[in-house]
Design a protein. Structure first.
Length: 81
């Protein structure tokens, strides 16, 4: 398994697990944020998340989601994915 090719997938799973853990720990209010970021990172590889992101893009009139996706893609292109 080539780590550089799968770094976005690995990071997405780690962030998603952290989100689940932070949902259980009551004094760290970052669970929802980590869950959203993890889903965002996993969207290209997981079909139902991909459909959800497409739906969100349709609803986003300001284009903030598209800009955030472009920034994330730039970061992962620099890391070699």
């Amino acid at each position: 398994m080539n780590i550089k090719k799968n770094i976005r997938f690995i990071a997405g799973i780690i962030v998603l697990v952290l989100g689940g853990v932070f949902m259980v720990v009551p004094f760290i209010p970052l669970g929802y944020i980590f869950l959203f970021v993890g889903a965002f990172l996993l969207a290209p590889k997981v079909p139902f998340l991909r459909r959800f992101m497409k739906w969100l893009k349709k609803k986003d009139k300001s284009g903030k989601l598209e800009k955030a996706e472009d920034k994330v893609d730039d970061v992962f292109e620099r890391t070699g994915e």
